[in-house]
Design a binder for this molecule. Sequence first.
Ligand SMILES: NC(=O)c1ccc[n+]([C@@H]2O[C@H](COP(=O)([O-])OP(=O)(O)OC[C@H]3O[C@@H](n4cnc5c(N)ncnc54)[C@H](OP(=O)(O)O)[C@@H]3O)[C@@H](O)[C@H]2O)c1
Length: 264
Amino acid sequence: MKTAIIGAGNLGLAIAKGIINSKSAQSLYITKRNISSLKELETLENVFLTSDNEKAIKNSDIIIFAVQPRDFEEILSQYKEIITQDHTLISTVAGFSTDKIEKIIGESRYIIRSMPNTAISINQSMTCICANKKGKERINLALDIFNRLGHSIEIPEEQMQAATVICASGIAFWMRLIRATTQGAVELGFESKEALEMALHTCLGAAGLLLSSPNHPEQEIDKVTTPGGCTIAGLNEMEHQGLSSSIIKGLLASYNKISQLAKK
Ligand SMILES: NC(=O)c1ccc[n+]([C@@H]2O[C@H](COP(=O)([O-])OP(=O)(O)OC[C@H]3O[C@@H](n4cnc5c(N)ncnc54)[C@H](OP(=O)(O)O)[C@@H]3O)[C@@H](O)[C@H]2O)c1
């Protein structure tokens, strides 16, 4: 597939790295207005760095937009004449509905809206996608693209905001949980490097156990909590201090904020 990424900032560059790692594009155009920050990709074969969006769009079949919401409308309006039915458009722009995109470029275009996260740079993004009516014809193509870059599912568009909180902001939330574990491990006497290594691999192991079985987290917890033992003592203290409640409240606060921002 000939792919273009319009807007190689934090997310666009992460997507570019994921596509390059998985060798999933025949050619890859990467654009931003100031391309000097993309030097690390300069020498790669079939990767073209440019600030010429028109050239990138004309030479690609899949166009991934990773620009800020404030720039997206202007970019769509500017290039709507060269966006054709041969293109599959994938937007990563948070809070920008397929309806709004259709109003600018027309409902006959294949429009996919996606919510990946920055782990896309190492092909481990959890990506949620939805599409306009026309785009649904190419939903499997989009799922295929994002499955090469991690794991993806199709969800109703009304849930994209909630997915932004769980998956995109989720990266930050999980980082804090990992950091807290390392802080505790240092207090228990481990060097910070060791503490991080132990936290990361335990976290990976916990996720791996659930990914490889249909078990609910509580079933795996039962296996490691001896009655009267140290694990249940720790877990209960964490709950007395509001662990689950604070996480749920944080997710809801994040969702309320994104909903307010979307109304502006
Ligand atoms: N970061 C995340 O984890 C994440 C996750 C999911 C979704 N998103 C969504 O992804 C989008 C990008 O987020 P981000 O964090 O990557 O933002 P960002 O770092 O600000 O990147 C946006 C990039 O767009 C480029 N740009 C602006 N105008 C352009 C134009 N006319 N042509 C080509 N490139 C242009 C900018 O570079 P120049 O100034 O050099 O042009 C900038 O590097 C946002 O809409 C956000 O909602 C982000």
